[in-house]
Design a protein around this ligand. Sequence first.
Ligand code: ADP
Ligand code: MG
Length: 393
Amino acid sequence: MNIHEYQSKMILKGFGLPVPRGDVAASPPAARTVAERLAAEGVPAFVVKAQIHAGGRGKAGGIRRADTLDAVETIARQLLGHRLVTPQTGPEGKLVRRVLVEEAVSIAAEYYVAVLIDRSLQKPIVIASPAGGMDIEEVAAQRPEAIFREVLWDLDRLHPYQARRLGLRMGLQGPLLAEFGRIVQGLVEAFWRCDAMLVEINPLVRLTDDRWLLLDAKVVLDDNALYRHPDLAALRDVGEEDPLEVEATQARLSYIRLDGDIGCMVNGAGLAMATMDMIQWAGGRPANFLDVGGGASPEQVAQAFRILMADPRVKAVLINIFGGILRCDRLATGIVTAAREVGVRVPMVIRLEGTNVEEGRRILAESGLNFTVAYDMEEAARKVVELAGRQRS
Ligand code: ADP
Ligand code: MG
């Protein structure tokens, strides 16, 4: 689960990490009020930051400096209610509903620090780079020697010697080195205690007075662990998420939108992956990953069907079900119910195998629905790719 920068900073502050003074606002007057409060604490200048679930805001005009209270309000008015397009949002951009108003600080140097999972090592790692404030993928491509790693061998902690080694590689010494180490260890603790998948600080800055601040923060939480953190689960902002994905989550379906045009409904994650591979192999591109699960009810199947049909990009649908716990007759009933309700606007290929398959095929055949039957995966993939191609032309 993604959360906003202001929420990430709030969490990290709770772990004793230094973040800029500031607060979030949903309207221009509220933004001004935040700035007034900061001014009363002696803050002379401000930064107004668009809060969307995407980075790259700085270059896109979503991070703006304001030297007066009027400027804060004006900039907030320019950002709020408008869409911000960054390299990470796609061309349609994301609607800005909130801004973070914080103190403008004077930066001496920007660094990059992240804690994340290294899937090949099956361990969390810390990545740090003195090339902060830039797109880290770009740094990795152009100056891989400027990126340093430490592995969390004990999972939940970075040893002091590792933190020190990272700091030395950043070119730090003395008190700056010690404080950098404490910050990195604090980030690791936050990562572990929140069941995060990513804690990324870009940039972590050294100020001209030698203090450290987390100037930007991105925390990604593990959905599968949210049940342990009701306080963190409450940070979910469904307004930022794909509406079809939200609907799928509510129906307890695993659904991820992809960028192709062949809708898939499959039971079991392994079969779903294999089905997507087969579509790709046959020359098509899947519009989604959708696993209705081993024990799906006819209602869940119907809901899955509605979600597929609600995606305007879908040109053809492949339903590939191995009936085990989810028997083929129950599946067929779910499909027929949903198809009658929402209609079938694109060609559909169905491949059923397993428990009660004859009964399932009979229900589909007698439904009067228009669909193509396939008997194995290769045939199913070829047929759906061909049908999607015809729809496109
Ligand atoms: P993004 O990564 O989405 O572009 P950041 O929060 O990293 O957004 O901000 C982009 C840049 O703006 C930072 O690298 C930093 O140079 C500058 N910046 C951000 N917040 C402040 C602040 N409070 N004071 C001064 N400069 C800031
Ligand atoms: Mg950033």
